[in-house]
Design a protein around this ligand. Structure first.
Ligand SMILES: O=C1O[C@H](COP(=O)(O)O)[C@@H](O)[C@H](O)[C@H]1O
Length: 235
């Protein structure tokens, strides 16, 4: 059995399966929202897309939280028409945001194309102030948000970046930059399934993958993502 730790992680939780992961992450997100709202009027969260967060969002939706004081942003969006089933905001509206006031949902206008959408969303992020919490996924190739290995978007200086040439469809996307992700007060990765194993192992072995560049994150993993190696807690 190989033993690994995740470099630069703030905390790591390995769950038995994806359902346990969804429940543990939903609990932690609720706790961070409550802590944040005890100290300030609103809590700003950026949501991940992808398959893994879906179950967690459904659990979170059932929780008794002060929804009118939570504002939802997005880590990234695919440049597809509004309502397309592959858009991250479509998934989030279906699984989490059905009862959230429209004014609290800050979608990326990716239907306008990546350059225009990135510029508009940079203005929106500037007026939002700091992100309190960013939820993140891990792609099979080590991408997070829409920051892919070797893509020019990784070097972006501003808070929001237009992405072209993404290896996962669609190639045109909009993403928060690495600096914007790292500036968030709390970062939570949700990683489930054996398809993520190689990327996770790569990060543990020091590979320079986009997800590895998000520092001091809390990682929620399931057993399938870590099968064949043992993750050691980082504390
Ligand atoms: O393309 C994307 O992929 C990542 C990972 O998604 P998953 O389905 O493999 O969990 C996701 O975090 C990102 O928001 C999404 O646009």
């Amino acid at each position: 059995m190989n033993l690994f730790i995740l470099p630069h992680a703030a905390r790591m939780t390995v769950c038995a399966d994806v359902d346990e992961l969804a429940a543990a992450a939903a609990q932690r997100i609720a706790e961070l929202i409550e802590d944040t709202l005890a100290a300030q009027e609103v809590c700003n969260i950026a949501l991940a897309g992808g398959d893994t967060p879906h179950r967690c969002y459904r659990l979170l939706r059932e929780m008794s939280l002060p929804w009118t004081r939570i504002h939802f942003y997005f880590d990234d969006e695919r440049c597809l028409p509004i309502g397309d089933s592959k858009r991250n905001d479509t998934m989030a509206r279906d699984s989490l945001l059905s009862s959230v006031p429209a004014a609290n949902i800050h979608a990326i206008p990716a239907e306008l194309g990546s350059a225009v959408a990135a510029a508009l969303y940079a203005q929106e992020m500037a007026s939002a102030g700091a992100l309190d919490l960013v939820l993140l996924g891990l792609g099979e190739d080590g991408h997070t948000a829409s920051l892919f290995p070797g893509n020019a978007a990784l070097q972006a200086a501003g808070p929001v970046v237009a992405v072209s040439g993404a290896p996962k469809l669609p190639p045109e996307r909009v993403s928060l930059s690495l600096s914007a992700l790292n500036a968030a007060r709390h970062k939570l990765f949700l990683v489930a399934g054996s398809a993520k194993r190689d990327a996770l192992k790569g990060i543990a072995q020091g590979a320079d993958l986009p997800a590895a560049r998000v520092l001091q994150a809390e990682w929620y993993l399931d057993r399938n993502a870590t099968l064949g190696f043992e993750m050691l807690p980082c504390e």
